[in-house]
Design a protein around this ligand. Structure first.
Ligand SMILES: *Cc1c(COP(=O)(O)O)cnc(C)c1O
Length: 379
């Protein structure tokens, strides 16, 4: 039996080795070199944004956001409770008080109705996660931002090149983050980027990226030695990673097209299971054009783990994720507040993510579909 892995990260070795040779000629492998600039220029042009800084991970970019927001102890920041750990921990570690809200049961993104209830004049920022390449209603969110004047941060780790109303996700927030982790559509092993849409943050972001120094001015030969001027860390992406990333970025249309074909194959063939009420398929806001990051099914909690086990018996790797963050060990220990969010908890128990990557063959996705059907015939 052939093993069908959940994800198979894509590398074009020929191009990668060619770029590595270039690095050897440049004699520069650390940060802020040729390929980092190539990647950020590519993203600036494509997304039509003011500034992009390449980082070691999406988490690094989120940590930079937290520094740039200048969080004071117990500043309130609102988060969806169904998200990745570092969406929230990056801000909490700088002293923010997390205010969790529920997600929407269709988009699995932040629930605007619940946001309206929880938002106050004390809300410093709202962090949205653009889950599975989709988003909440960005028009509603923009209206609330105007009314309450909070900073909007998009954790856009999963939604690179998705759009809402023909505008790229990641370009709505004052600050937004991207992940180039090997599990994302475009990857370089580990990598990320910070998108800066609010120019107020530009100058300081370069200092924070350069470990809290004014090295950028030194590099531009404006000053003759650089100094420690602010907090910061070693957030930048190495040239070795960037040289791999640049190839994959340039090749994104190809990569997305292959993912699209597999995604749509799943979606069409699972339709009748949905009609029979056995599963629910992914849903997107009508204004969203998604990037085919993830294919998931929602099934009854009582059978979710059985389905994962059944597939694994046929060497198909399926997975689930996100223990709601308000139920995490850390939150319970430090906040001692019992919260209940129906959608977040339901989805966490219902979701099953199916194999999807641009290295997955269509016939393998057909095999996955066949086995899911077999499972439902058996139960
Ligand atoms: C993958 C992911 C992250 C973390 O990305 P890293 O690059 O591994 O730090 C953060 N948030 C979301 C929503 C993610 O999907």
């Amino acid at each position: 039996m052939k093993k069908i892995t959940f994800n198979k990260p894509y590398i074009n070795y020929e191009n990668y080795f060619r770029n590595l040779k270039k690095l050897k000629n440049f004699n520069h492998y650390s940060k802020h070199g040729f390929f980092c600039h190539k990647c950020s220029d590519f993203l600036i042009k494509k997304l039509k944004v003011k500034k992009v800084l390449m980082t070691q991970s999406c988490t690094s970019a989120l940590e930079m956001c937290a520094i740039l927001l200048d969080i004071k102890k117990n500043d309130e920041i609102i988060f969806p409770s169904y998200s990745y750990v570092t969406t929230v921990s990056s801000f909490v570690s700088r002293g923010a008080k997390p205010i969790f809200i529920d997600i929407d049961k269709n988009s699995l993104c932040l629930n605007i109705k619940d946001l309206k209830k929880k938002i106050t004049n004390k809300t410093k920022a709202v962090v949205v996660t653009n889950y599975a390449g989709g988003s909440c209603d960005m028009n509603e969110l923009k209206k609330l931002k105007r009314k309450f004047n909070f900073f909007l941060i998009e954790d856009n780790a999963q939604a690179l090149f998705s759009t809402f109303n023909n505008k790229f996700l990641g370009t709505f927030g004052d600050l937004s983050t991207i992940s180039f982790h090997e599990t994302k559509n475009i990857h370089c092993g580990e990598g990320g980027a910070l998108i800066i849409n609010n120019k107020k943050f530009i100058k300081r972001s370069e200092i924070v990226l350069h470990k809290g120094t004014n090295r950028v001015l030194f590099n531009k030969q404006i000053i003759n030695r650089y100094s420690w001027v602010d907090i910061g860390s070693s957030f930048g992406l190495s040239e070795i990673h960037a040289s791999l990333l640049f190839n994959n970025l340039k090749n994104f249309k190809n990569i997305f097209n292959i993912r699209k074909k597999i995604w749509e194959n799943y979606h069409i063939k699972f339709k009748s299971l949905e009609i029979n009420g056995l599963i629910k398929r992914p849903w997107f806001n009508k204004k969203v054009k998604q990037n085919y990051h993830m294919y998931y099914l929602l099934v009854k909690p009582s059978i979710r783990n059985k389905l994962i086990k059944f597939l694994s018996d046929y060497k198909i790797q399926a997975s689930f994720h996100y223990l709601p963050l308000h139920n995490s060990i850390f939150y319970k220990k430090n906040y001692k507040k019992k919260l209940f969010f129906k959608n977040s908890q339901d989805i966490s128990n219902q979701i099953i993510r199916l194999p999807l990557s641009n290295e997955l063959k269509k016939k393998d996705s057909d095999y996955v579909i066949k086995k899911v059907y077999n499972f439902f015939k058996k139960i």
